[in-house]
Design a binder for this molecule. Structure first.
Ligand SMILES: NC(=O)C1=CN([C@@H]2O[C@H](COP(=O)(O)OP(=O)(O)OC[C@H]3O[C@@H](n4cnc5c(N)ncnc54)[C@H](OP(=O)(O)O)[C@@H]3O)[C@@H](O)[C@H]2O)C=CC1
Ligand SMILES: O=C(O)C1=N[C@H](C(=O)O)C[C@H](O)C1
Length: 256
């Protein structure tokens, strides 16, 4: 008989956590052994023998949760936002002490979003201007979204590597916030609106043309195939992987 993969979920009563719990319960080969909330200690992950921990909590808690998992020999699949470059560096140092353990930090588990971000990074060098608009439900506590932050960083890195000059902007003395937040020089605008789930547009402009790369998640179901792929693949990817694209061959669409 094939052994089931024991999985624990943190943030199990949240929007993403509840969807992940249901998806794991329904997934062949996986067994949900712990489903914990904000007031629970983390020890049940260890006593239940979780091999993979899925973190879907809040930016303030996720680092400590992941370090707990890594120090107890568990792999981690993380959808929670708030991972700054400094935090990622700290986590990499922790992982050096745990060779063989894998952590996936996935700002977005939806395949369409992963592709849209990759397309944006490819297109970024060819346009004079790039701005990002992310739109979410109003219960989201962080802004800008983790997806927008990662998209901005990848777009900025691609433009810098290609020697693209700064985008033109003649604005003088804007009202605070009018031009959005700036991540690595890329303006990011956040909309919070009842009725929305998770949406992003990358606007790329050059004289006489506009390329819009838009992705919409209408339902948390959009994230579940990526969560399950992460759980099934994380043990084969020791160390830190940022972005689900690290587990995908985007040329052929195959999982690596
Ligand atoms: N990567 C992706 O594809 C996606 C990522 N996200 C991200 O996932 C995270 C969760 O989103 P969402 O489910 O909408 O949020 P919710 O607010 O619905 O859920 C968050 C959960 O985190 C738990 N929590 C709160 N504080 C703590 C704490 N200090 N320690 C441990 N757990 C805590 C809460 O548990 P309790 O209910 O027990 O108090 C709550 O259920 C966010 O960062 C969001 O941006 C969201 C969607 C997709
Ligand atoms: O909070 C959400 O809902 C989402 N959070 C992630 C993010 O901040 O990028 C992923 C997705 O946008 C939904």
């Amino acid at each position: 008989m094939t052994e089931l993969m024991p999985v624990g979920v943190l943030g199990a009563r949240g929007r993403m956590g509840a969807a992940a719990v249901a998806a794991i319960r329904a997934a062949p080969g996986l067994e949900l052994v712990a489903a914990l909330g904000s007031s629970d200690p983390l020890d049940p992950l260890v006593s239940a023998g979780a091999r993979v921990v899925v973190d879907l909590t809040v930016p303030d808690a996720t680092y400590d949760n992941v370090v707990f998992a890594v120090r107890h020999g568990m792999h981690a699949v993380v959808g929670t936002t708030g991972w700054t470059p400094e935090r990622l560096e700290q986590l990499s140092a922790v992982l050096v002490e745990a060779p063989g353990t894998g952590v996936l930090i996935a700002p977005n588990f939806a395949l369409g979003s992963v592709l849209a971000t990759a397309f944006a990074a490819t297109a970024a060098r060819y346009f004079e201007s790039v701005e990002i608009v992310e739109l979410h439900h109003p219960d989201k506590i962080d802004a800008p979204s983790g997806t927008a932050a990662r998209t901005a960083r990848l777009v900025a890195a691609a433009r810098s590597a290609a020697g693209v000059p700064e985008a033109p902007d003649a604005t003088r003395d804007p009202l605070d916030g009018a031009r959005g937040a700036t991540i690595d020089g890329i303006p990011v605008h956040s909309v919070r609106l009842r009725g929305l789930t998770a949406h992003q547009e990358v606007l790329l402009g050059s004289p006489g043309e506009l390329l819009t790369l838009r992705h919409d998640s209408f339902d948390h179901a959009s994230f579940m195939p990526g969560v399950l792929l992460g759980i099934r693949s994380v043990a084969e990817h020791p160390g830190l992987t940022v972005g689900l694209d690290g587990y995908l061959d985007l040329q052929t669409g195959a999982a690596s």
